[in-house]
Ligand binder design. Structure first.
Ligand code: F6R
Length: 260
């Protein structure tokens, strides 16, 4: 695992933006795995700027989002399809027909998950998967106790996730309690994975992800099994890491070797 600790959240987004830009330059028809929530929003702004500035193009990209709420259709303002259109897709040169988010109102949610999994495989698998992390260590909506080899499926949210995400819902809006999410096994199949975490409220989850035992109690710890996982955090999110100094030193070596 490559652990990158940067001074603040803007640096984290800039690092991730460089990573995505490099991916698109190397493989313009990349399959991208995308996330919602607050963690990627600055990254998405930066990607929009770079695309509109002509540095990168999404015209040949296919994307698969991690998850969607069961019961919300794509027009619902809290659906993840709506989030992606608003935060990224409406502002870049991507073909929206090649952007995929699970259908939250599919008649048979289990079938929809199976179909989604098959579509990812058919597309050739995800090249670069973006992740945030929940305060309970979830990735996608793989809550603690999720099988480390799980595939896309319906997953009931924990009370802590429902509470953490209640900030997005109005007082009169019904908040879903179930999701469709790529599984941990699905995520681990991506060729490269990048997880972003910022703020002191993520420090405990980041410690579990990076330094804890590999356990279903902290789904993000499964990234320790991935050969090309990069965890990018700001100093606040890194504050509980005992290997912080090593990570900072190793990163200077990494940069030096890249420049050789
Ligand atoms: C979003 C997702 C979730 C979030 C996580 C962190 O598609 O799959 O795992 O990444 O809940 O959310 P934020 O970034 O809002 O703290």
């Amino acid at each position: 695992m490559r652990l990158v600790i940067l001074p603040n959240s803007d640096d984290v987004a800039e690092f991730a933006c460089d990573l995505f830009a490099r991916q698109l330059l190397e493989k313009p028809n990349s399959i991208l795995g995308l996330a919602t929530g607050s963690s990627p929003t600055t990254l998405y702004k930066k990607l929009i700027e770079r695309q509109q500035g002509g540095d990168i193009s999404f015209s040949k990209v296919t994307s698969f989002n991690l998850d969607e709420y069961v019961g919300l259709n794509g027009e619902h303002t809290q659906s993840y399809r709506h989030f992606m259109n608003e935060q990224l897709f409406d502002h870049i040169d991507i073909d929206k027909g090649r952007t995929f988010v699970p259908n939250g109102v599919a008649k048979d949610p289990n079938e929809e998950c199976k179909r989604y999994e098959e579509m990812i495989a058919l597309a050739g698998g995800v090249d670069l998967q973006l992740l945030g992390i929940g305060i309970n260590g979830h990735i996608g909506f793989n809550e603690p106790l999720s099988s480390l080899s799980s595939r896309t499926r319906v997953k009931t949210l924990t009370k802590s996730t429902i509470e953490a995400n209640s900030r997005f819902f109005g007082p009169d809006e019904r908040q879903p309690t179930d999701s469709m999410t790529m599984g941990i096994g699905t995520i681990l199949d991506a060729k490269q994975v990048v997880l972003l975490a910022t703020g002191a409220h993520k420090a405990e989850a980041v410690r579990g992800c990076v330094e804890g035992a590999v356990t279903a109690s902290c789904p993000a710890s499964a990234l320790q099994l991935h050969q090309h996982a990069i965890v990018v955090v700001d100093e606040a999110a890194a504050e509980l890491l005992s290997m912080k100094d090593y990570a900072i030193w190793a990163e200077t070596r990494h940069i030096a070797m890249e420049q050789m």
